[in-house]
Design a protein around this ligand. Structure first.
Ligand code: 13P
Ligand code: SF4
Length: 312
């Protein structure tokens, strides 16, 4: 029987590899990651690592972002089937048509997109910096925002902008039920509701705090309150509980109570065994066409530059 944890440690040293894990990964993967974070933090870590191999424990677009930033490194994703319904909701050809139909618009895309969409984009954002990056454009700038309509609507509402939105969404965040969260509030009247901006407007309206996974974590840890209903992918509860062991975190219920809908089925494809196999075989590897990567990297670098200027 292979001792995966021990072998992963050995292979990491032998191959100068690093493991980066998103907060939505299974707890056991977060625990073996050298870096854990939200999408922004993972891109920032990838941009500055001196490892030869990055094992990106997240979904395909995260691996692609790392590869575009580090074309000379080997980027592995433990399970190549780890896709993203939000990225899938924005096909690059259709997005290009949409952009062509609206000349004179700047294009802002959420990081949950393919490299082909990023290559059509002026600046990429994540939920951690979307507000500030949108506000860095002049007030009268005409902007296309894609692909998440919920995040786009939310940013429009807090900035007073009127960005033109692509009609995409994440199947996990769209599932949270306002009625069931309200019922849960009756059981836990002191609990604060924390919601990711990919949730529908009705959920965001009843939330006490809206933010990226990293922002929700920070808020929960620093809050004087003890109980939280968390409307985002359930993986974040692992780090919340770790950083605030005395607090109570309750996953927000989804519309369909027969499924574990607040688990992202793509994120949860990665396992410790698959991480070991990826390191051992240096497969599956993310490959991005060089010419495409050279176009896509500009919009990602722009995001990193603005974020650095803003201290994010
Ligand atoms: P953040 O990591 O930016 O909070 O995004 C959440 C998400 O859905 C990642 O897939
Ligand atoms: Fe994509 Fe949604 Fe899964 Fe995030 S939670 S990876 S947006 S499908």
């Amino acid at each position: 029987m292979v001792d995966y944890i021990k072998e992963i440690e050995r292979l990491k040293k032998e191959k100068n590899a690093v493991i980066m894990g998103h907060y939505y990964q299974k707890g056991e993967i977060q625990d073996i990651s050298d870096y854990i974070g939200d999408s922004l933090a993972l891109a920032q870590y990838a941009a500055k690592t001196d490892a030869d191999i990055i094992v990106l424990c997240g979904v395909h677009f995260m691996g692609e972002t790392a590869k575009v930033l580090c074309p000379d490194k080997k980027v592995l994703v433990p399970d190549m089937n780890a896709g993203c319904s939000l990225a899938d909701s924005c096909n690059a050809d259709d997005f290009k048509k949409f952009i062509d139909e609206h000349p004179g618009y700047k294009v802002i895309s959420y990081v949950n997109t393919t490299a082909a969409v990023k290559a059509l984009t002026d600046v990429v954002v994540t939920s951690s910096n979307a507000k500030q990056i949108v506000e860095s454009f002049p007030k009268d700038e005409k902007i296309i925002f894609g692909p998440d309509r919920n995040l786009g609507n939310y940013i429009n509402s807090i900035t007073g902008r009127n960005m033109l939105l692509w009609d995409g969404a994440c199947h996990v965040h769209e599932q949270f039920s306002v009625e069931k969260i309200a019922q849960l509030k009756q059981v836990y009247p002191e609990a604060l509701v924390l919601a990711h901006p990919e949730c529908k407007k009705t959920v965001l309206t009843l939330a006490d705090h809206v933010g990226s996974t990293a922002a929700l974590l920070k808020f929960a840890v620093n809050s004087g309150k003890k109980e939280f209903i968390v409307a985002t992918e359930s993986g974040i509860l692992h780090e919340m509980q770790k950083q605030a062991p005395d607090k109570i975190f309750i996953p927000a219920p989804a519309n369909d109570s027969t499924c574990a809908c607040n688990d992202c089925n793509y994120m949860k494809l990665n396992t410790v065994e698959k991480v070991y196999n990826a390191l051992l075989n240096e497969q599956p590897e993310i490959l991005v066409d060089r010419a495409l990567a050279e176009k896509a990297v500009k919009s990602i670098r722009r995001m990193l530059e603005i974020s650095a200027q803003l201290g994010l």
